[in-house]
Design a protein around this ligand. Structure first.
Ligand SMILES: CC[C@H](O)CC(=O)C(=O)O
Ligand SMILES: [Mn+2]
Length: 338
């Protein structure tokens, strides 16, 4: 019997939505959910890339109302639970209740790593609805393992059943992930599980996930073909194959996942995330991956380089939710060039 057991969550239809500019159609969602469900992936996340109610001028409009997509996903899934992401303040309990009515069974409440207290009400509401609850501490590299563990404690005390170390910038390298996961496991003492969400900016998404599992994480995120924000996520099919080789039990069908990645998702992809100059810069300086497309748009508009914008955003320490301030940086860089 394997020493390690892990529950995979696939977020192609949420984090992958960033790379798709939030253009997934209902038919695409149905096909991807069917394929992931056939591969026995236990949790599938479906929402606008920025979570419930993310469809907006600031974050980019969804092609199809996310509630329609959530319901379609719930209709297609036989064994998988459908998860939704929410950022308190953007998504509210009103949207959470509607997502639940449409069939969502899991909510992942995402906050900046120092702001766990803004999730308390959302966890209370989700538990009252009978949903599974997950906390998502974004940009987890920005604070020490000990400080992160204190934030995880706030989430667990509010009713969160699994707290994730989230490498939103793909900045972490091996022990960065392991030390944070260990600190959370020590702090939570079984009051909540610990998860890990990796990105590929420095090509460590899968390796960091292995380190996270060995440090005690029991839930790991991925996306098919690594479709996701910035340089993309840890690819679910690679995680599954690597875990199989390492005797880490996932319960998924690796061949069915490879089919899902290659035959089902690949033809839908309009922009494949890569480790290019801008996304490597995000990993190097620790900038939120969701900023990439915003920086590219500002770069084109103001005639400056996206990687320069992202480097400056890193110096200024911006966090998720400050997307509009990327324009300030682009304007400032343009003025410096004159
Ligand atoms: C919108 C939140 C963000 O994309 C969540 C996430 O996947 C991350 O921080 O990596
Ligand atoms: Mn992500």
């Amino acid at each position: 019997m394997s020493q390690y057991k892990v529950r995979l969550t696939d977020t192609t239809l949420r984090d992958g939505s960033h790379a798709m500019r939030h253009r997934f159609t209902e038919d695409q969602v149905r096909k991807v959910v069917r394929a992931l469900d056939d591969a026995k992936v236990p949790v599938i996340e479906v929402t606008h890339g920025d979570g419930l109610a993310g469809s907006s001028f600031n974050y980019g409009f969804s092609a199809v109302d996310e509630m329609v997509l959530i319901q379609a996903a719930a209709e297609e899934a036989n064994q998988a639970k459908i998860a939704v992401l929410m950022l308190p303040g953007l998504g509210t309990i009103t949207e959470l209740k509607e997502a639940h009515l449409r069939g969502a069974k899991v909510v992942r409440v995402a906050t900046h790593c120092t702001e766990a207290d803004v999730s308390i009400e959302h966890f209370h509401a989700a538990r009252e609805l009978g949903m599974d609850t997950v906390g998502f501490l974004m940009l987890s590299h920005r604070i020490s393992p000990k400080e992160l563990a204190a934030q995880a404690r706030i989430m667990a005390d509010a009713g969160c059943q699994c707290v994730y170390v989230v490498d939103s910038a793909g900045h972490m390298i091996m022990e960065d992930a392991a030390d944070r996961v260990s600190a959370l496991v020590d702090e939570l003492q079984g009051d909540a599980e610990v998860g890990f969400h990796g990105h590929q900016n420095l090509s460590f998404g899968v390796t960091n996930s292995v380190y996270a599992v060995r440090a005690g994480a029991t839930r790991i995120d991925g996306t098919l073909r690594g479709l996701g924000a910035g340089a993309g996520n840890s690819p679910t099919e690679v995680l599954a194959a690597a875990f199989e080789r390492l005797d880490i039990e996932t319960g998924v069908d690796v061949n069915a996942l490879m089919y899902a990645a290659e035959e089902v998702l690949r033809p839908m992809i309009t922009r494949m995330p890569i480790m290019d100059r801008a996304s490597i810069m995000q990993g190097k300086v620790g900038v939120y991956n969701s900023f990439l497309l915003h920086a590219e748009r500002a770069a084109e508009r103001y005639g400056v380089a996206a990687h320069d914008i992202l480097a400056e955003v890193g110096r200024r320490g911006y966090v998720g939710g400050q997307e509009d301030m990327i324009i300030d940086v682009a304007v400032w860089l343009q003025s410096q060039a004159r």
